[in-house]
Design a binder for this molecule. Sequence first.
Ligand code: SF4
Ligand code: SF4
Ligand code: FES
Length: 286
Amino acid sequence: MTAIPLQPPRRLVEFTLDGQAARVPEGATILDACRAAGKDVPTLCEGDTLTPKNACRVCVVEVEGARTLAPACSRRAEPGMSVRTDTERTRHSRKVVLELLASSVDLSTTPKVAGWLKEYAAKPERFGADAARLNEEPKVDNDLYVRDYDKCILCYKCVDACGEQWQNTFAIAVAGRGFDARIAVEHDAPLTDSACVYCGNCIEVCPTGALSFKSEFDMRAAGTWDESAQTETTTVCAYCGVGCNLTLHVQDNDIVKVTSPHDNPVTHGNLCIKGRFGYQHVQNRD
Ligand code: SF4
Ligand code: SF4
Ligand code: FES
């Protein structure tokens, strides 16, 4: 007999979402309610396995009676509140946030952002070339993953995943302030000289591709990366008895990267170096 763990019962919260009655379990965020209702609220710094950091503000919504816009990813639904997700004010705010981000960094590998720029009529070019903080060479200092900070929006997801929320390795943090702020390891050393244990849990949560598998980075540079030609197969890691789930991304019969399902109740998308990167033996055909 399979034992199904029961969740403690949660009171339902009733409120109004874009004029429609909505009911969500107590503790759910406005974003949870929007997703359940099929509304596409843009998000960047939100992560389904991380505590919201409220860093990007692209998800803002209007709560009736509130002076400021509220981040949908972290504001919990409250009984009787009235929320509007698509008003002139929310659209204007998202437009400006997207313009600020897209004018300063390279969002070419950020999923969905091209559609949002169009939807909100964002014009990043209006800030001019001086707004960009580009032209840093990607840091390629090991065979497993690459750090391309031209694409970094300083969302802190990797810092939280590497630190107290999951890995507890604390290899990466934000160094510098203002325009000089960068994600870095201690003393801006090469990754190989840092505390990094190569779990790759930072890559799993990075929303922009600033952190990527070396395999993906090389294939993109060669023009051979093609997500539409990739299949995904979820299997069980065989290296140790923990039994983490691995999702193998395969293109042309080669594993090109490994992710892990975020809804796994044990690992929540996190892996160790063996599960994340130890796949070369599968395709060693020499
Ligand atoms: S490297 Fe990625 S996850 Fe880390 S702060 Fe930059 S964009 Fe966010
Ligand atoms: S990913 Fe690491 S911890 Fe998980 S089963 Fe594989 S070897 Fe064990
Ligand atoms: S996604 Fe909500 S503040 Fe970034």
